[in-house]
Design a binder for this molecule. Structure first.
Ligand SMILES: *Cc1c(COP(=O)(O)O)cnc(C)c1O
Length: 498
């Protein structure tokens, strides 16, 4: 299987090359030329497997340049070596007769990013050997909170790799900040940026495509790669958990093989929900893909009008991992909805860069609306959803998951569509203890973060995860911040090049 760029059909690379490069030279994203098929027979066979076996089989299709043994070793190291809690990699919780939560936060950093970022280092190390000779890899990541920690944890002390993470200073939760600032490992660097997530992501993309810097890196035997969801190596592992959740629901006789399942996803960079779309394209019986945004509702507007317009204020919300106005992965969907017209995608992305907006027109909008429902939920709605889920089901959910719950409820009310629905639960609530406490008590919580954790535990009886509790005793290693124009210098300083 080969991959092509959304902005240049002639840029044809292998899976290993797509992972090693992260992004195509002209700025496009790599997408598979053809998708593996999930026939009913194959799905039935997958239903009889464990998570690691499902992952191994599906990922082998996407990365035929790796041997079965290499994929097996990576998948085992990521998902079966005790990094995920005993309950499984991606367990389900049944909330109501129609609604299931897919809990993707049982990994080392308590957010769904672990599902991809525990595996990506293995894929990337293999890729670097295949595609990049003996070059050292410098992983760059911009994070709205969860990618950074998950990437740091995945790549720490991986030989031949160094990792730099930038986050918007003041734009992440206190637990998210502490998780990054206390990161251990001899190959890591973390820096806050004076700006919001879009500034941070734009800054990182600029460093990636800086030819002078690339040359300097090459001269030192290094190359850049990306841990953001623009990297196909992030998306492929995410397809696995949709297939796996479907199989688990069949196994538990909640649905029959072939039944349609809707999916609701709290969305920021459009990576998670795009993986569901790919799974559906491969043949997984998924119905409506419900795209849930917070107050930063640029995707809701896009799905409803066909106009993507980022010329608006970026709000800081209680679901900071979705505080994004430029959803990078949308480009992959647009590419497919435009019949793989790379010139059209280049033009749209140029318009987004220059004007800040684009309009896909009626035909594409109709295709979009046939598969996606877009909705959003503000801060009050998020708090109400946290209270609602806890009050009705004694289930403690984080603000991102709450956004999905709220939009799902609205969708059912508006459409009467009672199809069983998988809601993706993306983070452990203790990552956002302040917001969750405020929602449950109606009061402004104390300022000390660790007091908040204890209060929430006392109130709900849910235990604080070990990884979060132990942050209290860890020394802060990375307290520094820099301006948007200083990101490049922060990278060259860390790498010791100029
Ligand atoms: C990253 C993240 C999201 C958004 O996922 P995308 O793939 O960027 O759409 C939602 N919730 C949490 C907790 C996250 O960390």
């Amino acid at each position: 299987m080969y991959y092509m760029s959304t902005r240049d059909l002639t840029a044809r690379v292998t899976g290993a090359q797509a992972v090693a490069r992260g992004i195509s030279v002209e700025g496009g994203l790599f997408v598979p030329e053809a998708l593996p098929a999930l026939t009913p027979e194959r799905l039935e066979r997958l239903c009889g497997m464990r998570y690691t076996e499902r992952a191994q089989e599906l990922l082998s299709d996407f990365f035929p340049d790796f041997t079965a043994e290499e994929v097996r070793a990576g998948v085992t190291a990521a998902y079966a070596s005790g990094r995920f809690a005993d309950g499984g990699v991606a367990p389900l919780a049944k909330l109501s007769p129609d609604a299931y939560l897919l809990e993707l936060w049982h990994g080392p950093t308590c957010a769904f990013k672990d599902l991809a970022l525990q595996l990506l280092p293995h894929l990337l190390t293999l890729s670097a050997r295949r595609a990049a000779g003996e070059k050292g890899i410098v992983v760059l990541a911009a994070t709205s909170g969860d990618t950074g920690k998950a990437a740091l944890e995945g790549f720490r002390d991986v030989p031949g790799v160094r990792i730099v993470v930038f986050y918007p200073a003041g734009g992440v939760s206190e637990i998210q900040r502490l998780q990054m600032a206390t990161q251990e490992g001899g190959n890591v660097m973390v820096c806050g940026v004076h700006g919001n997530f879009d500034d941070t992501q734009t800054g990182v993309k600029r460093i990636f495509t800086d030819p002078q810097l690339q040359a300097a890196l090459g001269a030192h035997g290094m190359m850049f790669s990306s841990a953001n969801s623009i990297n196909w190596g992030r998306l492929a592992p995410q397809i696995v958990y949709y297939v796996s959740a479907y199989c688990d629901l069949v196994g538990e006789e909640e649905i029959a093989l072939g039944d349609i399942l809707n999916v609701a996803v709290p969305t920021g960079n459009f990576g998670n929900i795009l993986a569901a779309w790919y799974a559906k394209r491969m043949g997984l019986p998924l119905g409506k893909l419900i795209c849930a945004s917070n107050r930063n509702n640029v995707l809701t507007d896009f799905i409803n009008t066909g106009v993507y317009d980022r010329r608006r204020e970026l709000y800081l919300t209680s679901s900071p991992s979705m505080d994004i106005l430029i959803s990078s992965n949308l480009e992959r969907l647009l590419f497919e909805l435009h019949g793989r017209d790379a010139a059209a995608i280049s033009a749209l992305m140029r318009e987004l860069g220059e004007k800040g907006a684009y309009d896909v027109g009626g035909a594409v909008r109709e295709k979009l609306q046939a598969e996606f429902h877009g909705g959003f939920c503000g801060e009050e709605g998020t708090e109400a959803a946290i209270r609602d889920v806890f009050g009705r089901y004694s289930y403690l959910c984080d603000p991102h998951t709450a956004v999905a719950w709220s939009v799902y409820g609205e969708y059912v009310q508006k459409t009467g569509d009672r199809t069983k629905t998988l809601l993706v639960s993306t983070a452990n609530p203790y990552k956002f203890a302040g917001g969750v406490l405020r929602a449950l008590t109606g009061k402004e919580p104390r300022t000390d973060e660790f007091e908040r954790l204890r209060s929430l535990e006392a109130l709900t009886g849910e235990p604080v995860p070990q990884q979060i509790a132990e942050l209290a005793g860890k020394p802060v290693r990375f307290a520094g911040t820099c301006g948007r124009d200083e990101m490049r210098a922060a990278v060259t300083g860390f790498l010791g090049i100029s």
